[in-house]
Design a protein. Sequence first.
Length: 302
Amino acid sequence: MLIEAASLDPENITKCIIYGEFICNACYDYSERDILGDWKVFGATMEVKKDNIETLVKLAEAGFAVPKRTNNPNHVKIYPNEKFSELARNANMDVPDSKGTNESLAKIIERNKDDMKRGLIEGLVITIYQEKEGSRLIKWKGAQEYQPHAHTKFLKANDLVQNSGAHQEVKKAFCEVSEVITDTSENELVKKIETKKANHGNPEEKKKTKGKQLSNIDKDIILLGIPHSQKKFDSIEVYQKRGEKALEEYSETLIQEVKEHLASEKSDFEGIDDEATVGFITSKVKSMIKNQLKVSDTNLVN
């Protein structure tokens, strides 16, 4: 269908891969919304024999969102837009709900701000078009994710924007995102996180952490980063069925993901591979997996 829609040469295409979001964990309200196990398609990648410029031009002329060039001359990336979504639906594939089409990001934020404040948008996949580069993809995490470092930097950026000569629409967009970050009174998921933090005691005021010492905020990032990182994998029951070796590999991979989560949240953190840091992460990951396996065994018995 894609070949026909853009009048492409089928002999030039050696491979086509459709990608999307597979909702495999019981996170947020996926079960209540009856979308657990769904696969939401939002893009494709093709491999071509000849230089990809001709293919990219044909796809763009047919209405698809593509870059004007790629690093690999034999790869073609197709990003989400109305044209691609329509084609996917015609092929009986499920696609994410659209939050806006052919309008500014500021307008999309304005229209969806209330849902963002309530934590009802897990994330956005945004296709942006620029005359020089063509289309490109941006992924934006929802307001319910624990991102203290990103939030702090954004609020500082907002102060700079509000005191600059930026366009009023840009200022308004930054102001509305700042409101999403600071006003969490309607965000039940953030409230749960704050309750967990309170149960562990009041964290110290955020400060730069060097070397081997972990501050309370570092520990919070790690503890909340474990379930965050688990969302990238199958549920614990899947690895349990595969046996001990699969569980061990899952544990080691999860430890690495949590380390990367800490590093991304605190770019000024040094000593990510220090014995104390790795020991704390390893201990907490294994403890959480152990507790989850107990719950799984209990559910199996029941």
